[in-house]
Design a protein around this ligand. Structure first.
Ligand code: FMN
Ligand code: ATP
Length: 278
């Protein structure tokens, strides 16, 4: 069972640490994390605090990230409360406090794009120069010549390209929703839901989906684009108020009929959607 712990509560032990935000735990992230027992992340996203202070839409909640990390063999997800004062910490002070004193890192894994410390001045090279732990800089993972990033996956989901998003993510994209109060339409098995507007949401359209391991169809009407209103046609009755995770398994966001299911390699299948992967 993976533990989700804030930095100030970690126990003293040596660790192999992967560092970064890791939204969605895409296939590039998985390459960086390989061989680590600990993942260091931030809450909220640093971009919600620095620069224009606009948080990106989520590909994954913290709990979802933890679930994927557990399937990758990670034991601890260490969370740094990221705020204005933390954002002003120098790379050297951060390395001393976090990697050396708190986590006792023997190895630190990052990608080439990793930056840390005030004004994002810390780099993989400056980490490697520290010398108190080994640093592994992961090869940058691309698909068909395109570098995989959470930003690119968000763009693909937002334009409704579930298939391409899933191949960069290595799993089906997920959105969080609440079952809306009101009568379920028995004739059609249609249930009204409210999609979380902090999730990265696709354009209005019809999408093949899986909820609690059972396949259905998610419909997002044009009129509900900004507020997250939607319906799912799903054979299982879901209680009003329940928080659900909807895996998007197909769809183009423009056609009236969901596109054929996305086929992912078996090694990318995890969690409730396993049975929908071939
Ligand atoms: C101590 C600390 C201070 C940071 N200060 C800044 C900053 O001043 N400006 C900035 O753009 N990002 C800052 N960041 C965020 C990093 O640029 C980066 O987004 C974060 O470390 C997550 O890495 P990742 O984006 O590779 O996942 C800081 C990060 C840390 C850990
Ligand atoms: N394509 C990739 N290949 C290998 N490592 C990666 C790749 N993308 C990111 N990483 C590494 O994974 C860690 C987490 O990165 P981060 O959360 O910034 O991902 P990102 O996809 O670049 O996100 P965003 O697009 O939101 O900036 C960092 O150490 C980063 O360098």
């Amino acid at each position: 069972m993976i533990a989700i712990i804030s930095l100030d509560r970690v126990r003293p032990r040596e660790r192999r640490v992967a560092a970064g935000f890791f939204d969605g735990i895409h296939i590039g992230h998985r390459s960086t994390i390989k061989g680590c027992d600990t993942v260091l992340t931030f809450d909220p996203h640093p971009r919600a605090v620095v620069g224009t202070a606009v948080a990106p839409k989520h590909l994954s909640t913290l709990a979802h990230r933890a679930e994927i990390l557990e399937s990758l063999g990670v034991r601890e997800l260490v969370v740094i409360d990221f705020n204005k004062s933390r954002s002003r910490q120098t790379p050297d002070a951060f390395t001393q406090e976090v990697f050396v004193d708190a986590l006792r890192a023997t190895h630190v894994h990052v990608g080439a794009s990793f930056r840390f410390g005030f004004k994002a001045a810390g780099t993989p090279e400056s980490l490697a120069a520290d010398g108190r732990f080994a640093v592994r800089v992961a090869r940058t993972v691309s698909v068909d010549g395109e570098v995989v990033s959470s930003t690119r996956i968000r763009e693909l989901i937002e334009r409704g390209d579930v298939s391409r998003a899933a191949s960069l993510l290595g799993s089906f994209p997920e959105v969080v929703a609440t079952i809306a109060p009101g009568e379920r339409c028995q004739a059609t098995t249609r249930t009204a839901v409210r999609l979380s507007t902090s999730s990265c949401l696709p354009v209005p359209g019809r999408y093949g989906c899986v909820v609690n391991g059972v396949a259905g169809v998610l419909t997002i009407p044009e009129a509900e684009r900004l507020v997250g209103g939607a319906t799912i046609d799903h054979p299982v009755s879901l209680p009003a108020g329940a928080l659900i995770r909807i895996q998007l398994t197909s769809g183009s966001g423009v056609s009236q009929r969901p596109a054929p299911p996305v086929v992912l390699p078996a090694e990318f299948c995890h969690g409730p959607g396993r049975q929908s992967c071939s």
